[in-house]
Design a protein around this ligand. Structure first.
Ligand code: CMP
Length: 139
């Protein structure tokens, strides 16, 4: 559905206790929570989630980092969700992220960049289905 996107609060932001503040920004921007849980990825599951990046030089470090602590996967709903959410989080590298964006405020590095945001409607559906069954989400 092109009114949904998928995000994860990553181990850096979760571990720092910033989940509540980030979710507040997300809700104030008009997104509704459709599914959410706290969980932890094994290195193998992180590798599956980021399979599209498997040829990148940062892949091994990314999988180690993403399995280093708890995360908060969330499915979100809003008109134009994918594009609007990417605006709200800002650029991948917090050094390039616009003022007031979630990554500008909470990210510590290009890897530990606080939150994920799906890059397309197709990937939003794939990524949401990776974490949540049909019984774990608002229909
Ligand atoms: P995200 O866009 O959510 O998904 C891919 C992740 O890979 C990205 O966030 C960063 O956490 C990480 N990443 C992307 N580019 C780099 C890079 N150049 N160096 C290290 N990590 C990166």
């Amino acid at each position: 559905a092109n009114n949904r996107t998928f995000t994860m609060i990553k181990p850096d932001a979760f571990g720092a206790g910033n989940s509540g503040a980030i979710l507040k920004m997300i809700e104030e921007a008009g997104f509704k929570i459709v599914a959410m849980k706290a969980t932890k990825l094994s290195p193998e599951m992180a590798g599956k989630f980021y399979e599209v990046h498997s040829e990148r030089p940062f892949y091994a470090a990314l999988c180690a980092y993403m399995s280093s602590g708890p995360i908060l996967p969330v499915i979100l709903e809003k008109d134009n969700a994918v594009e609007d959410f990417r605006k709200l989080i800002g650029a991948t590298n917090p050094a390039d992220a616009a003022e007031g964006t979630i990554r500008k405020i909470f990210a510590t590095s290009i890897e530990a960049n606080a939150v994920h945001g799906s890059d397309s409607d197709e990937n939003a559906a794939i990524e949401g289905n990776f974490f949540f069954s049909q019984f774990e989400r608002v229909l």
